[in-house]
Every structure is written in structure tokens, then in C-alpha cells.
Design a protein around this ligand. Sequence first.
Ligand SMILES: [Ca+2]
Ligand SMILES: [Ca+2]
Length: 160
Amino acid sequence: MRSLLALLALASLIGCAAAGDDDDSASPGVVYQLTPGDAVDAEPNDSVAAAQDLGVLTAPFSLTGSSLGCGENGTWDTADHDWFRFSPASGDPITLDLSMWEGDLDMAVLDSDGQLIVDGATAGLDDETLQIALDPEASWLLRIRCWQGKPGALWRLRLR
Ligand SMILES: [Ca+2]
Ligand SMILES: [Ca+2]
């Protein structure tokens, strides 16, 4: 699965000559590739019902993936939604850092009923950070989706 994802990411990046993201090193001919995290975005995970179960997470932890599609014209219709289910190892505050390449991604944490707890959406291409303390006895949902950018936009989430 990991090699497939790497291949997909590679395929989507080859030929992307325009440097339109927040990575100053972006230049034609450069192929971006992410070292897979402790867990990797596995499609299909496009709904709460299909959320990928990450189990109990202990910092430091990393999750990598790609947004196969991004939103267009102010809607999410064409965006790849990536849903994950997890429980923190403790009730201590955790920090979630989302780094992204080739897209403007948003992340949010929701409760198991799908009620929004915290939304990290900020306009623009800056990386996003959330700090939150969650009940370890409950399970929580993490949603990552691409508002605008290139299909195949890569992302890395770090839990610390
Ligand atoms: Ca995805
Ligand atoms: Ca997905």
C-alpha cells in the first residue's frame, strides 16, 4: 500500500512544472516525495462511516497522505475528504501540525457523532496547527481535506 501511495504521489507530481505553493524551493523538474509516516492515508476514507481507524495515538506520531482532489469554485464537491478515527493516549494537551505541499488544506477534529470540536481552517497556504486536550476514553474524528490546489496535494500531520 505504501509503495502504491508513493507511486501515486510521484505520478501526480511529475510534470507539475508550476511552482504555485508555499514551498520556496519548488522548481520545474523537482519531484516531491514524502517519507511515509507511522500511518498512511488509505482510500477510501471519504466519510465518517468509512473513517480510517488509527487506534490509540501516542506522541510523537505522524500521518502522511495525499488529497486526490481539491475543492473548486468555493465548494468542496471535488475535494478528497480524508477521515480518521483515533483516541489520544491521555487527556494531556496535544498539538497537531499539518504541513502541506501543492494545496491549501484544512483540518478539523470532531466528536464521534460528527460534531465539530475545533477547526484549523485558515485562509492561504500556511501550515496549520491545532492544540487541544481530548478525553482518551472517547474516540474522535480527524478530517483533512483540500480547499484549493493541485489534485494529489501531499500532506503530513504530526502529533506532538
Ligand atoms: Ca486522501
Ligand atoms: Ca479520502
